[in-house]
Design a protein around this ligand. Structure first.
Ligand code: S6P
Ligand code: ZN
Length: 194
């Protein structure tokens, strides 16, 4: 069937896509992901803060289509660890993604199924290319600013959250002396030991 071109409005001042209703992710949906379990429980007990909102412009999950959208990741920490997204592999592993950072300061933590890892800086104007096979998680390391980024990926890619839910990413981003630092995740095991 013929697909018709269309336009949507990314409202940068309001940090939204006007035609889209956001998915809201709260702290409770990242159970087991923050390394300081006591801090996680304490933060949750004070309420269940919104960590991020995702405005998606979804397209049919077929080869050739592109889905895109805008994510707003709020500032905050659980203990020393900055607020972050769940993170995922694409279910079709051989699919990449492009992220364009519009506001704030962040890191994108990436890794392959074999355990290669990379941390990229996110700042306004930074375009991060996530190659096929790399899981990705965004982290807001700013001092009180929203991290805002636009993304585009193949609409048939799908999302695989399972591996990350089981043991997280190999690297964590934490505050050390007031600045973001990359540390090892003590729960992470190399593929041969899982
Ligand atoms: C989709 C893309 C983003 C994330 C969003 C939330 O492939 O990578 O839209 O979905 O930033 O992250 P997550 O890990 O909760 O889906
Ligand atoms: Zn993705």
């Amino acid at each position: 069937m013929l697909q018709l071109p269309f336009t949507f409005t990314l409202n940068q001042a309001a940090a939204c896509i006007e035609e889209s209703t956001p998915i809201v992710r709260r702290l409770s949906s990242l159970q087991g992901q923050f390394f300081d379990q006591a801090a996680y429980t304490a933060t949750l007990a004070q309420g269940d803060p919104v960590l991020y909102q995702v405005y998606a412009v979804d397209r049919p999950a077929v080869v050739g289509e592109l889905s895109s959208g805008l994510t707003i990741l709020y500032p905050g920490r659980v203990g020393d660890e900055y607020f972050m997204t769940k993170g995922h592999f694409h279910a079709v592993l051989e699919t990449g993604e492009v992220y364009y950072c519009l506001g704030g300061e962040g890191r994108m933590v990436m890794e392959t199924p074999e355990g290669d890892w990379h941390v990229a800086e996110m700042r306004p104007g930074a375009v991060v290319y996530v190659p096929p096979r790399w899981a990705h998680r965004s982290v807001n390391v700013s001092n009180g600013e929203k991290l805002v980024f636009f993304w585009v990926y193949p609409a048939h890619a799908g999302h695989d959250y399972g591996a990350i839910e089981r043991q997280g990413f190999r690297k964590l981003i934490v505050a050390r002396d007031g600045a973001p630092a990359v540390i090892d995740n003590p729960r992470w095991l190399p593929p041969a030991q899982r």
